[in-house]
Design a binder for this molecule. Structure first.
Ligand code: AMP
Ligand code: GLY
Length: 423
């Protein structure tokens, strides 16, 4: 089977790495891909928002399965166009992708179906949003409704900060994504990421992970797309996992099916594990980045088989096998990230790092120039390792990091601290 993978990040490199291990795979093509993916797949430039071009490409290259990595093409309806053309795909429809595309949509769904989440209000103008602040305790959380590349969330410590966040949203700081705001209760607890595959009706749990969102050590400084992750997340005990499936994930999948917009793909629940149990912070309708890098290192089963079952509605017959080992990934970012990252600095030693046993270096934002690898984004590499424990995986991942010679980059040295601190 010939597969087209859409995307260019560390997540897609990890997916390509795992798909390439499937005996079912014929050719693998990635659009646009990156220099790391180029070792595993043919990389082509294709605009995923040009649905007709993607469909033409599939027909011309006998591609019978399309895996969509990032959220934007999902929210943009690429899978709907593929469905109309009879091309099998992994990823939800545009209407099911609303679970990520609109925070207000998800909050309303949670309210209607009794799914635990932070109490909230949803507003289309600044005056009403500000009036609602009078009912809130601080800190409170102000969110742009739509996709804002992880930048649309402000934890406001005071009413003045919350008002400034509301004004920023409605003055267009996040474009169309800020046409509505959600204001919600601040949840206390430990965050975890949880992944499940859904075929529209059946749901099977994947695994848990924990991400480090802040740029600085000890979880300080501005939020990023994620500076590192590990799996499993110790806070996701068997009980917490069962509660998450029963109280959050299954009711959501059932609700989407009942509404006539069944969810097919991977549902990524961002959770706060509170004193009352798991609460939903947000949904993503695709794999996490960098969580995928650690998930793929632990997945023993054939990813392509699982993805096909998700598309075919046969997930009930699939059982995923996971390694008992832990995996940990350290994101190596370009100086300046999460502001404006410095591009074009040369990176050496990637092969030496990847040559270590139980280590994979996934490319996230690199470019090949005359046989050299240079930085071409904010998050540039995801240096990933496994070990019997998170501590062992961490030691190995940093050993690999230390083989990389990149004066223009930086990474956190404390990825995994929370998990390691528990043991
Ligand atoms: P989101 O983009 O919705 O995942 O939010 C980004 C980050 O903001 C989350 O990973 C949390 O750390 C934090 N956050 C969002 N909503 C809440 C909330 N209701 N209570 C506490 N923290 C939150
Ligand atoms: N690491 C968080 C995300 O992929 O949204």
């Amino acid at each position: 089977m010939n597969v087209l993978l859409i995307g260019s990040g560390g997540r897609e490199h990890a997916l390509a790495w795992k798909l390439a291990q499937s005996p079912l795979l014929g050719t693998l093509t990635c659009a646009p891909g990156n220099p790391g993916i180029a070792d595993l797949a043919a990389c082509v430039s294709l605009d995923p928002s040009d649905h007709a071009a993607v469909i033409r490409f599939c027909r011309d290259h006998a591609i019978s399965f399309v895996v969509v990595g990032p959220e934007a093409p999902l929210v943009g309806g690429l899978t709907d166009a593929l469905a109309e053309s009879g091309i099998k795909h992994f990823g939800p429809s545009r209407r099911a992708a609303m679970l990520e595309g609109s925070k207000g949509f998800t909050k309303d769904l949670c309210r209607e179906y009794g799914i635990p989440t932070a109490a909230y209000g949803r507003f289309g103008d600044a005056a009403a949003a500000k009036a609602f602040l009078g009912t809130q305790r601080f800190p409170t959380v102000v969110k742009a409704d739509g996709l804002a590349a992880g930048k649309g969330v402000v934890i406001a410590g005071s009413r003045a900060e919350a008002e400034a966040a509301i004004d920023a949203c409605f003055s267009g700081a996040f474009g169309a994504a800020g046409a509505e705001v959600v204001i919600e209760e601040f949840l206390e607890g430990e965050e975890a990421s949880f992944f499940a595959l859904c075929d529209g009706a059946a749901v099977i749990p994947m695994a848990s992970a924990q991400d480090h969102k802040r740029v600085g050590e000890h979880d300080t400084g501005p939020n990023t797309g994620g500076m590192g992750a590990y799996s499993p997340a110790p806070v996701m005990t068997e009980t917490m996992t069962a509660r998450t499936m029963n109280e959050i994930v299954r009711p959501t999948v059932d609700a989407m099916a009942a509404r006539g917009t069944p969810f097919k793909g991977v549902l990524f629940a961002g959770l706060m594990i509170t004193a009352d149990g798991p609460k939903l912070i947000e949904y993503n309708v695709r794999f996490g980045d960098p969580e995928t890098q650690v998930l793929m290192m632990r997945l023993k089963s054939d990813l392509l088989v699982a993805m096909l079952a998700t598309a075919d509605g046969t997930l009930g017959q699939v059982e995923l096998e996971w390694s008992d080992d832990a995996a940990l990934t350290v994101v190596y970012a370009a100086e300046g990230y999460p502001g404006t990252p410095r591009k074009g600095t040369e990176i050496r030693g990637i092969d030496a790092a990847g040559a270590l046993d139980r280590v994979e270096v996934f490319h996230a934002g690199t470019k090949a120039v005359d046989g050299r690898i240079v930085a071409d984004g904010g998050r540039v590499l995801a240096v990933t390792a496994t070990g019997r424990t998170v501590a062992e995986a961490q030691t190995r991942a940093y050993e690999a990091v230390d083989r990389i010679d990149w004066p223009g980059g930086f990474c956190r040295r404390d990825i995994g601290w929370r998990a390691i601190g528990r043991t």
